[in-house]
Design a protein around this ligand. Structure first.
Ligand SMILES: [Zn+2]
Length: 248
């Protein structure tokens, strides 16, 4: 059983001042890439520092795949988003940049994908013949922010007049893709790497759409996978879709 460290011990070990505590409040933010206590891994040789900021002393350089636990953050400094991480194997705490961290969550907890928008389900998966997606509304708010359901790469950014309108497809590895349709605006470009919870576009009603909503799909190797959620169910951006998608 792993030791659980209190906030106080983390604050002490990181040498955070009282003003540095403001980052903790942001943990409740609905579109944060990670949540408190979430297991993450470094995606590259990654510096972890005493405080947020590239000018801060390096505590350690962790290896690709090394696993840590989110203890604090996010906080923005010097153009980067920083997270306080307890690196488990070496029992070291430090701040690292979000773009080089990837969630390792999965399994029965259903943390493989996050809801990409805050709203309510207007058409559950499979409720209409041939509709292998969930439609999510948000009070008709054109521009309602849409976030990446998982980290990955923007495979497609395109316009399809008779169908998806402005849409994005994000590849997540292992054959997985998520798709986001009828967008009013784009916040990413094709080929761009995105992190879980990153703003990718705004809700709209472009293409074959009867009103502003997000049409959201999960595919693996081109096959649509079911997404849970009943008609009218409320969903919150950045919270976990309660399903285990194997292999991601
Ligand atoms: Zn739809």
């Amino acid at each position: 059983m792993s030791r659980k460290f209190s906030r106080r011990s983390i604050v002490k070990s990181l040498g955070v001042t009282a003003t540095g505590l403001t980052g903790m409040a942001a943990l409740s933010g609905s579109a944060s890439a990670f949540s408190d206590g979430e297991r993450i891994a470094a995606t590259t040789n990654l510096n972890t520092r005493e405080q947020p900021g590239t000018d801060q002393p390096i505590v350690a350089t962790v290896n690709p795949g090394e696993v840590g636990e989110i203890m604090n953050g996010p906080t923005n400094k010097g153009g980067y988003t920083w997270w306080g991480v307890h690196w488990l194997d070496r029992n070291v705490w430090g701040w690292s940049v979000e773009r080089y961290l990837q969630s390792t969550s999965g399994g029965s907890g259903g943390s493989d994908f996050d809801w990409p928008i805050s709203g309510y389900i207007t058409s559950p998966y499979g409720a209409r013949p041939g509709h292998y997606a969930v439609d999510i509304g948000a009070n008709g708010n054109i521009g309602e922010p849409i976030y990446a359901a998982h980290s990955g790469t923007v495979d497609v950014r395109a316009y399809e007049a008779g169908g998806c309108g402005n849409y994005l497809k994000i590849g997540h590895g292992n054959g997985y893709q998520t798709m986001y349709c009828h967008l009013n605006s784009f916040d990413v470009v094709e080929g761009e790497s995105v992190s879980r919870g990153q703003l990718i576009g705004g809700m709209g009603t472009t293409g074959n759409s009867t009103g502003p909503h997000l049409h959201f799909t999960v595919e693996r190797n081109g096959n649509h996978l079911s997404i849970p959620g009943g008609d009218g169910e409320t969903v919150t951006a950045g919270t976990k879709i309660p399903k285990d998608y194997s292999g991601i």
